[in-house]
Write a protein of this length. Structure first.
Lengths: 145, 145
DNA sequence: CTTGAAAGTGACCTTGT
DNA sequence: ACAAGGTCACTTTCAAG
């Protein structure tokens, strides 16, 4: 089962801070052996609590300076999977959130500049059966961790 | 901005897929020695292209089943740093995006259930000088990678 | 590239309930 | 018996010369 105790939560916190932390390091912090820590992490991967590890990148330094959210409305005939697929097809789209309420989706995009943003929005509007968009330009961001 | 060649981009892609991949594994894929790969990764950390590594967690499995975005308007007297600070203070807030346009901020929250969501929205409304909110409930999500 | 040190990995044993 | 941790031996990876 996915019953997690305090130690499991500590391990998740430690791995959230640094996903490449060694088992020995975590073991010293939580007061277990390295093997025990490895078994717990393996178990959390097995049970799906941990879905993976990834690198965090500063996209501005890669020349993708502009971030935006686009609220989208689709025609009534569009299915959820169509909506997600048509937006996710664009390489600049980082995430697609389908929503309850009058909006259908919130799409997070990352682009080089404003001309590029315009182009992506245009592509999204043309793909699928979009009936309306409203774009929110991100000026600053704060994220936990 | 930073000078990155194709190999650097390959390394970023590999680390994005699996942040705990070993240097030897990446070296075999891109056709370099492990030492050369380590030097490139170290350089990208130094230059700030790579800001860190982290674990990816399925929050639903941890009992945080509800995700939402809250669009927020603040009083004209509120400064950007006040806005971010007052929202980021709530532990349920995952990210705060400050925006251009009539909206001031988009806040991403993760909560246990709808009652919990209500409580967090209330807390955000009371903290700082919020003049209006509109909450978008997330039904489904797709993210790149 | 080579090499000693560190980390990861799996088998086996011990202990608690 | 079972589930969780410890110990140890072996392999892989790391990182400096």
């Amino acid at each position: 089962m996915q019953e997690l105790d305090d130690i499991d939560h500590s391990l998740l916190r430690l791995l959230h801070e640094d996903g490449r932390r060694t088992f020995a390091d975590m073991a010293a912090t939580v007061g277990l052996s390295t093997a025990a820590v490895k078994r717990r992490v393996d178990r959390m991967r097995e049970s799906g609590v941990i879905t993976g590890f990834t690198v965090q990148v500063d996209h501005k330094k890669l020349g993708w300076a502009v971030e935006a959210f686009s609220e989208i409305r689709y025609a009534g005939t569009a299915s959820i999977s169509d909506i997600v697929e048509s937006a996710a097809r664009q390489p600049e789209v980082q995430a697609v959130y389908t929503l309850a309420g009058d909006l259908d989706a919130l799409v997070q995009v990352r682009v080089r500049d404003l001309a590029h943003l315009q182009e992506v929005i245009d592509r999204i509007r043309r793909s699928g059966t979009v009936t309306g968009t409203r774009t929110l330009m991100v000026l600053g961001r704060w994220t936990r961790g």
